[in-house]
Ligand binder design. Structure first.
Ligand code: SAH
Ligand code: DHB
Ligand code: MG
Length: 234
């Protein structure tokens, strides 16, 4: 019993079946599912890497946006707009998602995918290195964001978190993707700059009293990884 529970191969295999089962039973928005399937195919047809959030993870983000009543979302790392579709689908008519992407080809695929999903009006895709785009947005004094999804180059994770803290409302939610990386995050000696950047996020949170955070480890069709959920407070 315990042996099978902790048999890595068995958990991996079963987690794919569990993803498939819950995708079939819980993802029942027909129009949104069509838009997401199209986005996935159009991204693949244009050679984008298969590293978007999973369907159930996308719905997890959508649910958080809906629960929190978020009106303004910032996303760092657009790729083909798959997570952006989930996030923007949760916004009210007056809501806005600003998403940052360094690769112009990916950004164009994202714009096409968002248009197909009828979400273009709610989403601005900004092309450029995110640190530069964030500095520009700051200089333009954009209204504060309520929700931030950080999912780009992990080496800059702590820099993105710092900007996110500066550019959000008092009780904002900040999600950081890929904070587990098959468990490699516990390696304090790692020379992988993605691991160093992600450990810097935990360090940043631990040094700021107005931030409270937890980590949800995940398995499934993204392998063994996880989200950090950070809450800003007084
Ligand atoms: N959030 C997406 C996946 C993003 S993958 C989804 O779940 O659907 C990470 C993306 O970050 C890639 O498209 C990559 O081009 C982008 N990226 C990498 N470095 C960046 C940088 N410095 N500024 C902005 N985007 C960057
Ligand atoms: C990678 C990046 C991601 O944002 C992700 O969710 C999975 C993988 C990567 O760069 O390998
Ligand atoms: Mg990611």
């Amino acid at each position: 019993m315990l042996a099978s529970l902790f048999n890595r191969r068995s958990v991996q295999t079963k987690s794919l079946a569990v993803d498939a089962y819950y995708e079939q039973t819980l993802l029942n928005d027909v129009a949104l599912s069509e838009a997401l399937t199209h986005a996935h195919k159009h991204s693949r047809d244009n050679g984008l890497p298969n590293i978007a959030v999973s369907p159930l993870q996308g719905k997890f983000l959508q649910q958080l946006v809906q629960i929190s009543g978020t009106e303004r979302i910032l996303e760092v790392g657009t790729l083909g707009g798959y997570s952006a579709i989930w996030l923007a689908s949760a916004l009210p008519a007056s809501g806005k998602l600003i998403t940052l992407e360094i690769d112009p080809d990916s950004a164009n695929v994202a714009k096409e995918n968002l248009a197909h999903a009828n979400l273009s009006d709610k989403v601005d895709v900004i092309i450029g290195a995110a640190l530069e785009s964030l500095a520009t947005l700051k200089a333009e004094s954009v209204p504060p964001f309520d929700f931030v999804f950080i999912d780009a180059d992990k080496v800059n994770n702590a820099n993105y978190l710092q900007h996110a803290c500066d550019m959000t409302s008092a009780n904002a939610i900040i999600i950081v993707d890929n904070v587990v990386r098959g468990g490699e995050v516990t390696n304090a000696e790692s020379t992988d700059e993605s691991i160093i950047g992600t450990r810097a996020v935990a360090d940043y949170v631990s040094k700021h009293e107005n931030l409270s955070a937890t980590v949800l480890q995940t398995v499934g069709n993204k392998g063994y990884d996880g989200f950090m959920l950070i809450r800003k407070h007084a």
